[in-house]
Design a protein around this ligand. Structure first.
Ligand code: SF4
Length: 710
């Protein structure tokens, strides 16, 4: 038996970037624990990390390409798989035009260096406008507002949680998520430190969540009304005479416009929120009086009809109280690979709406259409109708609105291909599936989430397990497909671009990015600056220090000013003020995230599926009593678009009038996913509605769906 060795890496399953120490004997995993020497997460992990080994060993995972023959899956060799895929795409595009092929990229793509580096070239090689991703499922408001205010879609400030004295959170549950668009591995430790230094955390949420349970104060709020509460808070502070400190004010544009806008607001914005005006005003003044404070809002407020407005108001609240670009407030990172700079003009001047979706005219953002348009673009006949779909690491049947209807629509496609390790509710409809390697078999560098971390930090993880000879990484699949699609009569790049692509590998590209980055050898940091080999010599990663003030230098706006009132604000406030309320018999449905669940996947891991049934409908006792419903009974939940059975869990956690179903459930695939299927549950996205959107961004609005429960 070989010796037990230690391997250090970053967990790539979610945004939190927890450091792991993995003991192994060759390819056999002995243990997976938190790495106490990781300077960022300092030993924190969650149960999902331990399941990385199960994911690798899962007998249901595909290890070779498969094609469907007479309804059955058959393993095939890679060359045949590539032929089938490129010919299938080519045939559909020759018959119906380029836009007849659609692409959907799921959430794991952003945690995969290879997909991040090579996916965009593949997407471009398809020459289609019908590109979709998980970004418009839950995070587009952040990007849209950042582009408008700070000039770049990747300029999303994060809470300086390690130094703040007052953390106000809306629609976020970092005790479970460890932060989202706030990479915060070890949130419980950071929260304890905040409380130990006398700080406070206030949570606004329609559910008394795991995070609310740790808060100094929790307030229930009616789903979809967070913007009204924040408007009341901003109005209160402006009427109190508060304005940003002089230095900050000097780098803004639109202060007078903001004052004028506030003057037009109604006297009391709170009646429909569930929080009275006096409490909102007290909250605003408490926030403003804190030594340092920061407001942060995530999933629950990004996935509602006024998600962009909420994100804008969060920035305004931080700005007017002087808690912006200052320690303890909302701050920007200085990552070792600066993807905002790398994207350059692509993230700035390329304004939203250069083209629109065919049916509803929903505007594109950063070259993608809102995923809420995918279903109608498949089922509505006419020129430009989607006839083929490529999915990469995604299961939109479970993770996007009206998932059941989307699943039915997929049956009508002429061609479907998936780049995925599982046959799931979406990929089951494909003709060909190309399975890439999994996490432990790949190098890892978090290109996206170092940019949203609460501390400047950098870490590279080498692959732990050598993949079998006939397997391919995501980046190799994308590179091969791009090359093949480019060589079937499409526009090719210049010779040097093609030579660069042939030379490139993820490691070579990362090395270049580190060398040219702010701490890099080819930048001005110091002699002996960062290169990939220097980073690899530090297996626990390198701490680059606390977040630092960086404005106005880091702004991407043409005039180097923060645009305080983007164009869409006035119109969206008008819509907000007439936002409809649920009828008396209706309840408002929200989602929830669970610690041992990772969106729509990892439900095939036995150790994560142990214990009591988790896909339940949470309902306040008062609502259950008025409907004569009993704890544990099966109920039927019905929305405008669908109806699902689910077990009722009566709980004081829920605000009266609001019910909750966790997202990601509803596995029914019989081909594989044997464990997930036996814990199937029902999909909340059979109830969510493609017509419910955040207007400015086109992001799906999953929160606050009106439902009846019987
Ligand atoms: S919180 Fe996320 S990054 Fe950390 S161990 Fe869990 S899944 Fe991995």
């Amino acid at each position: 038996m070989s010796q037990i060795k230690k391997h250090f890496r970053t967990c790539n399953l979610c945004e939190a970037m927890c450091g792991l120490v993995i003991e192994h004997q060759g390819n056999q995993i002995v243990s997976i624990k938190g790495d106490p020497e990781d300077p960022f997460s300092q030993g924190h992990i969650c149960p999902k990390a331990v399941a990385l080994q199960d994911l690798h060993q899962d007998p249901d995972r595909l290890r070779k390409p498969v094609k469907k023959v007479n309804g059955r899956w058959k393993e095939i060799a890679w060359p045949e798989a590539y032929d089938l895929v490129t010919n299938g795409i080519k045939e559909v595009q020759q018959k119906y035009g380029n836009d007849a092929v659609a692409l959907y990229q799921g959430n794991p793509s952003v945690h995969n260096m290879g997909s991040m580096l090579y996916g965009p070239a593949f997407a471009r090689s398809l020459k289609t406008r019908n590109k979709f991703s998980a970004s418009s499922v839950d995070q587009l408001p952040h990007h849209v507002v950042s582009q408008h205010m700070f000039g770049h879609l990747m300029m999303i400030p994060v809470p300086d949680i390690d130094r703040t004295h007052y953390l106000l959170m809306l629609g976020a549950n970092p005790m479970v998520s460890n932060g989202s668009l706030m990479t915060c591995g070890g949130f419980p430790r950071r929260l304890k430190a905040l409380q130990d230094r006398g700080g406070k955390m206030v949570v606004i949420d329609p559910r008394y969540s795991e995070t609310a349970a740790k808060a100094h104060k929790h307030l229930f709020i009616k789903p979809g009304t967070d913007a009204l509460l924040l408007l009341e808070m901003v109005k209160t502070l402006i009427q109190d005479g508060m304005e940003p400190p002089e230095k900050l004010l000097g780098m803004t544009q639109g202060w007078q416009q903001l004052l004028d806008l506030v003057k037009l607001l109604p006297e009391d914005l709170c009646p429909n929120t569930g929080i009275d005006k006096a409490s909102a005003q007290q909250l605003a003044r408490e926030f403003a009086a804190a030594e340092t404070a920061v407001c942060y809002g995530r999933m629950g407020v990004s996935t509602q009809p006024h998600g962009s407005l909420v994100q804008w108001l969060i920035h305004i609240l931080n700005l007017i109280t002087g808690n912006f670009d200052q320690p303890g407030g909302a701050m920007f990172t200085k990552p070792a690979v600066d993807i905002a700079k790398a994207l350059g003009k692509n993230g700035t001047e390329r304004k939203q709406g250069r083209f629109a979706s065919r049916i509803r005219q929903l505007p594109e953002f950063f070259g993608e259409l809102p995923v809420a348009a995918l279903l109608e673009e498949i089922i509505t006949p006419g020129e430009g109708q989607i006839k083929a779909l490529i999915t990469s690491a995604g299961n939109p049947v479970l993770s996007t609105p009206q998932g059941h209807d989307l699943g039915e629509a997929l049956k009508t496609l002429e061609f479907q291909v998936a780049i995925d390790i599982y046959i799931n509710e979406t990929t089951r409809h494909a003709q060909v599936i190309l399975p890439p390697t999994t996490g432990l078999e790949t190098d890892h560098y978090d290109l996206a989430f170092h940019t949203f971390a609460v501390r400047d930090f950098t870490k590279f993880s080498t692959a732990l397990i050598k993949p079998a000879d006939d397997t391919q990484h995501d980046w190799q699949i994308f590179k091969t497909l791009t090359h093949r699609l480019d060589s079937i009569g499409r526009k090719k790049g210049r010779w040097w671009q093609r030579a660069f692509v042939r030379w490139s590998t993820p490691r070579r590209l990362l090395d270049l990015a580190l060398r040219f980055g702010p701490y890099g050898q080819l930048n001005s940091w110091k002699p002996g600056g960062l290169t990939l080999s220097r980073l690899r010599s530090k297996p626990h990663g390198i701490d680059l220090g606390a977040l630092k003030p960086c404005l106005p230098a880091r702004l991407f706006t043409n005039n180097k000013c923060i645009q305080l009132v983007p164009d869409f604000i006035s119109l969206d406030i008008t819509k907000l003020l007439s936002y409809g309320q649920a009828e008396n018999s209706q309840l408002l449905l929200i989602g929830r995230r669970q610690l041992r669940s990772n969106n729509s996947w990892m439900h095939n891991i036995p150790r994560l599926m142990k214990g009591a049934e988790r896909c339940t409908l949470l309902m306040n006792p008062r609502d259950a009593a008025s409907r004569h419903l009993q704890h544990g009974q099966k109920v039927q939940v019905t929305s405008r678009v669908g109806s699902i059975p689910i077990t009722l869990e009566i709980s004081e956690q829920m605000m009266p009038g609001v019910v909750s179903i966790p997202h990601g459930w509803g596995h029914q695939t019989t081909e594989t996913l044997s464990v997930a299927q036996s814990h199937g549950g029902s999909s909340i996205n059979d109830l969510t509605d493609t017509l419910e959107l955040d207007g400015p961004s086109g992001n799906a609005a999953f929160s606050g769906i009106r439902v009846e429960v019987e």
